[in-house]
Design a protein around this ligand. Structure first.
Ligand code: ADP
Ligand code: MG
Length: 590
């Protein structure tokens, strides 16, 4: 065995033998995982002179890979990767494009690609990955390196999710355990080591362990060592050093290649876009490898067409079927099959694309809520996911309010969704009171606020709870209709409340809604990228624009960042308390 415990190798390359099988690159955020994976790709690029060299990078969250298309100083082109999606994408990418991209990668028609999923909607990663992996599997020829960043996102440990999440785990496992014979070589990276599915880590012949602080995250590494390394003393040395490894240094442990070394890796030769930017560092414009965008569009064109094909009419019809099926069953009697749950997940996602189709949204929300009531386990699981998401939001600079006291209470018991009941004065009127859906939604939203102790609500507060944006003309029309029917009035400028007549027709929740539910409703109306802004700002004090850019993964100087910011502003979701500073608007904390 090639052991280097005496001194760590400096400016090290990744041993070539390692790159012939699956590799896991582990370590806390900032320990050098992405750079090490880039180094591996650079080495292979040099070695092959790009002849027949194929790589696909799945970059789910942080848009960390675009820099590989430029030289270290940013002045020369780097490796000719095609970037699909994200803030630096050569073409935009939709989460429904997994199949076509998987096929192209498998067939070798897209030899060097970065799939940037930063702009996908919630659930989009898994949805993309499932289709991608399946198509790759089916079409695979030759050898391709598949780099999976934040691998725990695709293959979380033992989570009983539903829909694509389960399937993503299935496919990640399948890739990990069977892909070598298919010619797929994995390089997976994660900082959530304890959350990564065992099958994925277990299938990696090589483990590169960078700095890992928490014992829980060290544990899978230690277990792996026990299974693969006989020398106790050596194991103890690795264990003792994990928490202290400098950035860019890692233990390379490979059973198969018979390597066991501490290495300080060489710096990457391409542009390091994960380095913390400083005011005076780097050229203003980065020169990247040229890409024929027209040709690329032609290649993946079908994927774009597919994205547009989520037909709201067909969706509505199918939702109607599901609603009827649900209505025919008493709660508790029905076991939802995995297929049905998958389909519901798909519908919900498809609806995400048909933005602004509020009726569909409301019905899906209704359906999912009722299903959650039946399968409380699912609801508890969602709370868990929510919790993890919040935890994963980067570096909270200052938290000025308790993160939803109501939410903490809720966590202790599975969430029972607020059942709807008629307002006490409701009489015998039919549900919906014969009102058109939109108008009813406005009344219900005000009743929702009423139960929460607010006798009136702002236009935005009402609109978002009802499932509209308050700047939309639909909302204007609806509120003028309910106003002229005498169902609401305006006690103050910009605020709405129910009249007695309106109160009689409104349907209120039986218990007070929580802040979390409120935020979830607002968030649910936003598109994927804006949700990231929302998540970065909610529950926080003022952020600087740089912090916001950092937390959302957009470049501070990019026009995308500016556009998204101004969209948030035009929805009154954010305010600028002073130059260069941003915070969530007060109406989100009534
Ligand atoms: N081998 C190395 N030598 C010097 N600096 C490095 C090395 N590897 C990473 N870094 C620096 O460490 C920081 C974090 O690296 P990165 O690869 O993004 O970590 P991770 O993916 O683990 O979050 C970056 O600023 C990068 O420039
Ligand atoms: Mg990284």
């Amino acid at each position: 065995m090639n052991i280097g415990r005496e001194q760590s190798e400096r400016n090290a390359k990744i041993p070539e033998a390692v790159l012939l099988a699956h590799t896991a690159v582990l370590g806390k955020t900032g320990s050098g995982k992405t750079s090490t994976a880039k180094l591996a790709i650079e080495q292979l690029a040099i070695e092959t002179q790009l002849a027949g060299f194929r790589v696909c990078i799945l970059d789910p969250i942080k848009s960390d890979w675009w820099g590989i298309t430029s030289s270290a100083d940013g002045r020369q082109p780097g490796l000719p990767f095609k970037i699909l999606g994200g803030p630096h994408g050569h073409v935009p990418l939709h989460s429904s494009a997994g199949k076509i991209i998987g096929t192209l990668v498998g067939q070798g028609k897209l030899p060097l690609s970065i799939v940037d999923m930063a702009d996908f909607e919630a659930g989009g990663l898994q949805r993309f990955f499932v289709d991608f992996a399946q198509a790759l599997w089916k079409n695979m020829r030759g050898v391709v390196y598949l780099v999976i960043e934040e691998a725990h996102e695709f293959a979380p440990k033992e989570r009983v999710g539903f829909g694509s999440e389960n399937l993503a785990i299935h496919w990640a496992k399948k890739l990990a355990t069977g892909a070598r014979t298919k010619g797929i070589r994995l390089i997976v990276a994660t900082h959530r080591i304890q959350s990564l599915h065992n099958a994925v880590l277990g299938s990696c012949e090589t483990l590169i362990a960078h700095r890992i602080l928490s014992p829980a995250d060290q544990e899978p590494v230690i277990k792996w060592l026990r299974a693969n390394v006989a020398d106790k003393e050596l194991r103890a040395e690795v264990e003792g050093s994990l928490a202290k490894l400098p950035t860019g240094t890692g233990w390379v442990c490979s059973g198969e290649a018979q390597i066991f070394k501490r290495m300080a890796f060489a710096r990457i030769a391409t542009y390091d876009n994960t380095a913390t930017p400083t005011q005076d560092s780097g050229p203003a414009r980065i020169t990247t490898a040229p890409v024929d965008v027209g040709e690329l569009r032609e290649l993946i064109g079908e994927a774009a067409a597919e994205a547009e094909g989520s037909d709201p009419i067909a969706l509505k019809a199918r939702i109607g079927d599901l609603e009827r099926a649900l209505a025919a069953q008493a709660p508790g009697e029905r076991n939802w099959s995995q297929d049905e749950l998958d389909e519901l997940g798909d519908l919900a996602r498809a609806e995400g694309y048909a933005e602004g189709r509020n009726e569909v949204t409301a019905r899906i929300v209704g359906l999912t809520t009722r299903i959650a009531a039946i399968t409380q386990g699912v609801a508890a699981n969602m709370a868990q996911i929510e919790c993890e998401l919040r935890e994963a939001i980067k570096a909270p600079p200052e938290i000025d309010r308790p993160l939803y006291p109501a939410q903490i209470e809720q966590r202790q018991a599975p969430i029972a969704p607020a059942p709807m009941r008629r307002a006490p004065t409701g009489g015998a009127a039919k549900p919906n009171g014969g009102l058109p859906k939109g108008q009813q939604a406005i009344l219900d939203a005000l009743a929702w606020w009423g139960v929460g102790g607010h006798s009136s609500a702002s236009l935005a507060q009402t609109a978002f709870v009802a499932g509209y944006s308050h700047t939309s003309s639909t909302f204007d029309t609806l509120r003028s209709r309910v106003k002229s029917a005498g169902l609401i009035d305006y006690p103050d400028q910009g605020r709405m409340r129910l009249t007695d007549k309106g109160t009689r027709l409104a349907v209120a929740p039986a218990r007070s809604p929580t802040m979390m539910e409120y935020h979830a409703r607002v968030r649910g109306k936003l598109r994927g990228p804006m949700q990231k802004f929302f998540d970065a700002l909610i529950g926080r004090k003022t952020l600087t624009l740089e912090q916001l850019a950092d937390a959302t993964g957009y470049s501070f100087t990019s026009s995308t960042f500016d556009t998204l910011r101004s969209r948030m502003k035009s929805l009154d979701l954010i305010t600028y308390p002073e130059r260069g500073k941003v915070r969530i608007s007060d109406w989100l904390y009534p």
